[in-house]
Each structure stands twice: as structure tokens, then as C-alpha cells.
Write a protein that binds this ligand. Structure first.
Ligand code: FES
Length: 83
């Protein structure tokens, strides 16, 4: 099973899991907040809305389309941006 890091915490998840599912299963929700402070998270689950953006190995990706891989470093967008 792939072992990755979710906001600095090591996690092992089943192969085939999406980064979105890994974040949600780890309780890392919401994924970010809007400028007005509203909680934001995945809407479509199929790559259309871009609401599930997360940072994987320094790149912003749609987490609902991104499978977990060994050694990934995953951050929610706002956590990464705000330090
Ligand atoms: S949940 Fe809509 S693009 Fe990922």
C-alpha cells in the first residue's frame, strides 16, 4: 500500500485511492476557504469543478482525479499557501 505524507503526517492508504479520498479519510476537511471565509470542498468528483484543488509534490492538482502514489507530499491549498 502506498505511504504518503498528508500535511506532514505519514499515512498508508489502499492503492487506487484518490488524493481527495485520502485527505477526507484523514479528516482534513474542508479543503480550503473562500475569500469570504466559507468552507469549500469537492463538488463534482469527476474533474469538472476544480473545487478539490490540493498541492501534491508542489503542484496544484485536482485531487479527485489524482491517485495516491508512494512518497507523495500532499497539502490542502490554504495550508500550503498560508504556511
Ligand atoms: S471535485 Fe470537482 S474537480 Fe474535483
Amino acid at each position: 500500500m502506498p505511504e504518503l505524507t498528508l500535511e506532514g503526517v505519514r499515512a498508508t492508504v489502499p492503492p487506487g485511492t484518490t488524493v481527495l479520498a485520502a485527505l477526507q479519510n484523514a479528516g482534513l476537511s474542508p479543503l480550503r476557504h473562500s475569500l469570504s471565509g466559507g468552507a469549500r470542498g469537492a463538488l463534482c468528483g469527476m474533474g469538472s469543478c476544480y473545487e478539490c484543488r490540493a498541492v501534491v509534490d508542489g503542484l496544484t492538482v485536482r485531487s479527485c482525479l489524482t491517485p495516491v502514489r508512494e512518497g507523495q507530499d500532499v497539502w490542502r491549498l490554504e495550508v500550503n499557501c498560508d504556511g
